[in-house]
Design a protein. Structure first.
Length: 95
């Protein structure tokens, strides 16, 4: 995934949670709703803009004051979950 841009699939909507401490992802294909806690909401907001995986690691480490190793591990687990749910797209960088 190095150098690839992560973004939400075109059929996925991101909406702020009513209490402003999280977010929800809505899979428009089937209507599935995924609830995101505040940490996931920060990462999903970055992904919605289109972001490199390594940048997500940095955002997580900086914003939540976790070690780089922990940020990498947690980010990879989160990305794997988004991939499994089919709501993430990986875009190859332009040559």
């Amino acid at each position: 995934m190095r150098g690839q841009i992560l973004q939400l699939a075109t059929f996925v909507e991101l909406e702020a949670d009513a209490d402003a401490n999280g977010a929800v992802l809505i899979d428009g294909r089937v209507g599935t709703i995924y609830s995101c806690n505040s940490t996931a909401a920060v990462l999903v907001s970055e992904i919605a803009k289109g972001v490199e995986l390594e940048k997500l690691d940095e955002v997580l480490a900086r914003q939540f004051d976790v070690s780089p190793d922990r940020a990498i591990r947690d980010t990879r687990q989160f990305i794997d979950a988004l991939n499994s749910a089919g709501v993430l797209e990986l875009i190859e960088p332009a040559a």
